[in-house]
Design a binder for this molecule. Sequence first.
Ligand code: ADP
Ligand code: MG
Ligand code: MG
Length: 897
Amino acid sequence: PKYVYTWGNGKADGHGKMKELLGGKGANLAEMTLIGLPVPSGFTITTEVCTYYYANKRTYPKTLRAQMEAGVANMEKIMGYKFGDSEGFPLLVAVRSGARDSMPGMMDTVLNLGLNDKTVKALAKATDNERFAWDCYRRFIQMYGDVVLGVQKREGEDHEPFEEVIEAFKHEVYGKDIVDSDLTAEDNQEMVKRFKALVKERTGKGFPEDPWEQLEGAAGAVFGSWMNDRAIVYRRKYGIPAEWGTAVNVQAMVFGNTGPNSGSGVAFTRNPANGENELYGEFLVNAQGEDVVAGVRTPDPVAGMAQALPQAYKDLLKVRQILEKHFTDVQDVEFTIQDGKLFMLQTRNGKRTAAAALKFAADMVKEKLITWQTAVLRNPADQLDQLLAPVFDAAEIKKAKEIAKGLPAGPGAASGKIYLNADRAAAAAQKGEKVLLVRVETSPEDLRGMIAAEGILTSRGGVSSHAALVARQMGKVCICGASAVEIDYEKKTVKASGESFKEGDFLSIDGTTGVVYGGEVATAPSEIITGLISNNKAAQKTEKFQNFVQLMEWCSKATKMGVRTNADTPEQVKNAVAFGAEGIGLTRTEHMFFEGDRIDAMREMILADNEVNRRKALKKLLPHQRKDFFGIFKALDGKPATIRLLDPPLHEFLPHTKEQQLDLANKIGIPVETIMQRVHDLHEFNPMLGHRGCRLAISYPEIAEMQAQAIFEAAAQCVKKNIPVHPEVMVPLVGYARELQLQVEIIHRVAAEVKEAKGVEFDYLVGTMIEVPRGAVTADEIAEYAQFFSFGTNDLTQTALGVSRDDMGSFLNSYTENDIYPKNPFASLDATGVGQLMEIAAAKGRATRPGIKLGICGEHGGDPSSVTFCHKLGLNYVSCSPYRVPVARLAAAQAAI
Ligand code: ADP
Ligand code: MG
Ligand code: MG
């Protein structure tokens, strides 16, 4: 089989669509070569070799070496240099890892490979540049020693060992810290000597001199890094399967460190923070690429290239256009300029904030680069809530004290208690604190802390530093390179503008402007929220608002599946409708019983020991419920409302403390002993599987009667006031058709009575929740009585998995870490298990009652991948909490495109 794919000189074995085999980097290097961009020649070792490697006790296919030799020969021919040449200019290569998507935790790139004591001299001679040659060699030993030979910081050490050696040298010779580019040829030569000694000391072996040994070592390190802990943690978080494997890219070096006419940089073809249509990025003169992202020297904004390297800058702007036109998306590129000539080293679709994604998509439709359908797909559904995230309260922020400024790297407003280490940040967040992670710079080890934090603040590094990239991807607020912030890890303090903050003190950061504030600052809703919900005219004029509304219109155009909301109050209904909800998918009537002194009547009802007394108490509840339903119907203005009858276990409503019991005894005139006895009687060992749902109204039909009466009388009121109304009465927790049959009889009887008594007509539906496995598998029988099903996926997950949602905290982590749960099954639908029950229920329901209306009202209704599943199942709607409605609309549209 073919394991090696070459590219160079306008030709390539592979192309951009071969990411599975070649990895993202390799595929796009081939693609850029094919469209005529200046890419140094090289080859990709495929992901299949990685798979082979792990399937065969970490060994390689037999033919690999010969194919690599052919790959190197191809590069030699194109470049005109020889690998390992100790006479003329030696071919040096970069060895670069290449998963389908760039992945922190994978082996870092090794540059300048092929250098040894002989070739370094040849390089110096051929370029007539001793400093450059020894600079390359020093870098090579450091990188190779670190990432391939594992010469790294040990426990208890504060600094990277190579850095330690450099620092010591600088102080010894110069008496101060100087930048690496100021080291002379002799200095670098000395560094090489000391580095080699360090390698020998740490590994017990000499530094490998043979270029082929170096190359195989580096390639092996890339494959080996696929299974290291950090890579595994990352894959788990982003759901990347371990089977994918990584590719390895071997590419001819181009040099950004030959002098002032050279340099390296990274850029986005548009601004990935706010979406502006401008080249965005940074570069360093006389540097190799790693310098730009390593945070060692703080790079300059890419616009500065116009002066420093004018021709290369012009070329870069041209490349920007070509790339966007070809890939029809914003690109994130890496480039190097060698003696004034531009080389492209990487391109990929740029990560972006939700705000940038929205603007990119809207602008590119206007520019006719993409269709509106593509624009819908370009907005990640799981990031959309960033747009709805709060900004700082305008009044509060005026009063806040600005203590530092950094680079705005992830927009939004965050206020939280500062922590200087990822573990402590994660622990604090676990306890429910709002946390800001503050670091000099971040590395993949900080991932846990970054996930836990509301926002991230670093004192070093640019907009393409690790912190910035990861924050944007996770949608975290982020400021980086706030150099005025002094961080003391030992004392656990942060100083800025003469003020000192301890761990646990509040700071606030504005990731849109880059300003750091001392103390806590209240936040305010985003323009989209105020524009939609408060009808704020100024907000509605903003581009962000208009792009958002446009996006939502496109979504409606793309999908047939409706989005409803879970709402219990007119206020919630109003918000959800503003977000585009087409009705209510779930009203939980029991929430209404906790308001004011209604709970007393409720308790009286539960405590009643005979039907007469129970009816007396229910009568007191009736007007409250009727009023609530009327309010909701009015807010819906004719949109359908699914109302669930009483669901939770009765004991939830009972007074559990002695005080409450005495109080209630006084209020309703029952001896406190009776109350205590009844509370005791109602105790359940497992309330979630106890006397709840329709079981309550099976025991006490008058409860269902009262609720039906309240619903239909409210409907009758609407009709009289000319408000259109469509109630859908939903019976919870049905597992037997007979359960539903009994309830349905009551509901229809009460409906007829109300129509008769009020002299009005209205239509309504009666249906059920499918939320226990028996209900799902007997859905054909149940559908005899149900005009609709709504999947109650919270309970269905609980009962199908046999896992209590409230008790899973103690093992959820071990279950995700051991790859048992791909994701929390209560957040993201377990499509293979619970999903199968839904499929069965949908099919059986439709068999009995073709066209039966189907929906979902569990938490999953607002989770993008669950929404996709619901679309495939052909549900009529999903229902979710009001603020998730836009997310669900977007996910539904994307599923349909
Ligand atoms: P990552 O995936 O971490 O970005 P890369 O393989 O892209 O790693 O390499 C990082 C940097 O190394 C690049 O941005 C570039 O500056 C430098 N680099 C990679 N390949 C070459 C090359 N062939 N010549 C010169 N520099 C290179
Ligand atoms: Mg890169
Ligand atoms: Mg339920």
